[in-house]
Design a protein around this ligand. Structure first.
Ligand SMILES: C[S@@+](CC[C@H](N)C(=O)[O-])C[C@H]1O[C@@H](n2cnc3c(N)ncnc32)[C@H](O)[C@@H]1O
Length: 337
């Protein structure tokens, strides 16, 4: 058996735990992705972890190795420019989004052309300057290829239609999207900041809750949410609601409420708590200075619960990603009584 295509097949709900165990044992294969097969997930390993069954994957999926952009420029650029060339980018469907150091913005067209040559299946390259404002609109500019940038990005068995010029998609939140895909079976869920369906879609596709009320304020993102619900065949589960979740969140109906927004999420905690039935679970995302994690977020939750005459029990705390120097994006799961 070739060692490089071994995998541990596990039910979806055990995937995260198995992946962490394989990583702790130093047996996770970093070159390959986890592969979903219906209700099962294949965890790529370099050899069998003790006590676990392994199979030979018939369709392994590999991470792209990051090609060296410098090779495309040859002697046309100086050593300083070469050092500033981007070393990473994200691929959303047929669109590449790349951050470029302002000191080499004069090379942006050539960088775009080089990326299109490296990825012949992609058709557009966007210069990425981050996201801004409460609607989380991306600040991007076409630097090469087709100006029509609407595309379908596929991840973990879910299709996300989006236009990366107009709507964000955070590669750093992938683990959290996959985790949401294992929660909510048979439940009534409220997704208060649904966007194009970042958390709603994996949950609806993989866990089949009874109902997900998915609320989104930005009309462009809402349009894609409605389309994505249809595209993934989950219109019998998801109820899209366009509006401000501070007022549009239904009260006292949910077994689970997802607050997938950062920066000012604490202002919406009263609505999140009011959405939950007794014993429901809140997923509270927020940015927090590293030195105040997790205490500050747990305080926010306790205070909001007290305001509503209720109590919280913290069930899980996790770092989602590094947000900016000294700041984390974290998520706390809390049961609200
Ligand atoms: C872009 S998502 C956050 C990222 C997402 N959690 C992920 O996994 O990438 C946040 C969404 O919340 C929406 N939003 C912001 N304020 C809102 C509000 N008061 N009510 C409903 N939606 C809101 C934004 O328009 C945006 O689409």
């Amino acid at each position: 058996m070739p060692r490089e295509h071994l995998a541990v097949p596990v039910p979806r709900r055990e995937a995260q735990r198995t992946l962490q165990r394989a990583r702790r044992l130093g047996l996770l294969d970093p070159r390959r992705k986890t592969v979903s097969k219906g209700e099962m997930v294949e965890i790529p390993v370099t050899s069998a972890p003790p006590g676990m069954v392994v199979v030979l994957q018939n369709a392994p999926e590999f991470y792209e190795t990051i090609p060296d952009l410098a090779a495309f420029f040859g002697e046309d650029i100086c050593a300083e420019e070469r050092n500033l060339l981007p070393r990473g980018w994200s691929i959303l469907g047929r669109v590449i989004a790349v951050k470029i150091d302002p000191r080499i913005h004069h090379l942006k067209g050539k960088i775009g052309d080089a990326l299109l040559a490296i990825y012949p299946r992609c058709s557009s390259v966007l210069l990425d300057r981050g996201v801004a404002g409460p609607f989380r609109e991306p600040d991007r500019e076409l630097i090469a290829g087709d100006p029509a940038t609407e595309t379908v990005h596929r991840e973990d068995g879910v299709a996300f239609k989006l236009d990366p010029m107009k709507t964000m998609f955070s590669p750093g939140n992938m683990r959290e999207r996959m985790r949401m895909g294992r929660l909510g079976r048979g439940e009534t869920v409220v997704d208060m900041f649904a966007g194009i369906g970042y958390f709603t879609l994996p949950m609806a596709v993989h866990s089949r809750p009874k109902r997900i009320f998915a609320i989104e304020i930005n009309p462009v993102a809402f349009g894609y949410l409605v389309e994505n619900v249809r595209l993934n065949g989950v219109d019998g589960i998801v109820v899209p609601i366009q509006g401000d979740c501070a007022v549009a969140t239904p009260k006292g109906v949910a077994d689970r409420a997802v607050m997938g927004y950062v920066g000012t999420t604490d202002r919406y905690l009263d609505a999140g708590i009011a959405a939950l039935r007794t014993g429901g679970v809140l997923h509270y995302h927020q940015t927090v200075p590293e030195r105040l994690y997790p205490e500050k977020l747990e305080e926010d939750l306790t205070e909001a619960a007290e305001r509503a005459g209720r109590s919280v029990q913290i069930e899980r705390r996790a770092r989602v990603k590094k947000y900016s120097p000294g700041m984390l994006h974290a998520v706390i799961d809390a049961r609200v009584k």
